[in-house]
Ligand binder design. Structure first.
Ligand code: SF4
Length: 170
């Protein structure tokens, strides 16, 4: 379990660090605002795992709708103008894990902020960008130091890893 938590932590950290660079190349979907009924949301009991990419993650909820399974990622705080790239990549990884686990490709996933929900289309382009990012992460995991990919103190200020990050901007 400790190993799993550590792996999840490293994945989240690397998603956050690497997202800026990948976004430019991938042209990530910005998301569209939708209304969702939280009564249909089912909690996920254990992490999903895809061995071929050594990828693991646990969506906050799964929605079964018209024979499809839609992952939901819940974020604390009010919604930004558009979802952060790191959030989009995290959701994309859940879409991939859902497809590999249940054999059904989600057409989109949902990022739920306090005041707004965004649907993010799980396109082939987003999937390719995710797989490329995971491959880059594997390379980075072998390095001792992974450089920060931005110069935005505001981003570090709201980052959940600032207590353990030795590259935070203050
Ligand atoms: S504290 Fe700043 S540099 Fe460190 S992971 Fe968070 S956003 Fe990146």
């Amino acid at each position: 379990m400790t190993y799993l938590i550590l792996l999840l932590f490293i994945l989240a950290l690397l998603f956050f660090w690497r997202s800026d660079r990948q976004q430019k190349a991938a042209g990530l979907p910005g998301g569209r605002v939708i209304y969702t009924d939280t009564r249909g949301w089912g909690e996920v009991e254990k992490p999903l795992f895809y061995p071929a990419l050594a990828l693991t993650g646990k969506p906050d909820y799964l929605i079964e709708k018209n024979g499809q399974i839609i992952p939901v990622e819940v974020k604390s705080g009010r919604a930004p103008e558009a979802p952060y790239d790191s959030h989009i990549y995290q959701l994309a990884s859940y879409c991939l894990l859902v497809e590999k686990t249940y054999g059904k490709r989600p057409p989109y996933g949902i990022i739920h902020y306090e005041n707004r929900d965004f649907a993010i289309d799980y396109t082939r382009e987003l999937e390719s960008a995710l797989i490329e990012l995971v491959a880059d992460m594997r390379v980075d995991e072998l390095k001792k130091d992974v450089p920060r990919s931005h110069e935005q103190p505001s981003r570090c200020k709201r980052c959940g890893f600032r207590n353990v990050c030795d590259q935070k901007l203050t």
